[in-house]
Design a protein around this ligand. Sequence first.
Ligand code: NI
Length: 178
Amino acid sequence: MAVRQILKMGDPELYQSCEPVQEFNTSVLTGIIEDMFDTMAEHNGVGLAAPQIGIQKRIVIFGLESNPRYPDAETVPETILINPVITPVGDLQEEGWEGCLSIPGMRGLVSRYSKIKYSGLSPAGKNIAREVEGFHARVVQHECDHLDGILYPLRIRDMRNFGYEEALSQSDTDEPEI
Ligand code: NI
């Protein structure tokens, strides 16, 4: 187990499309996931994708229990999702502020599908399938974007809605980094 360095925006490794995981229930996979959780916890994040620690595999983790630092955030169950697939439910999108551990100290306003279905596999290769909305749906869309080399600023429609946390109003920046 180890806290790994998080790659920052500008690093070419963050702009690649990642490979699917082929082998499950392996010590290599367990080690990657442990490092991801250690790294995410060290930085108080609520989501992390494998390419953020330089591993080009389709693995994301996320989860948010009630946290005094983010009293208004909706809780999201702790999840390890491998080879994820997202399907929007309906056309409705909503804008929300996002931060990212690869872009520390900044926030941007991003439009995401309000409601999605997602599926994928656990580290043991078991199926996971959920239908979610709100912050949970936003976190999953943000993390899965990382697997295709997309960082949230690429989705900001008006770059005036992108800035340093300390310069934005408090209400815009009370979401955790994902
Ligand atoms: Ni991120």
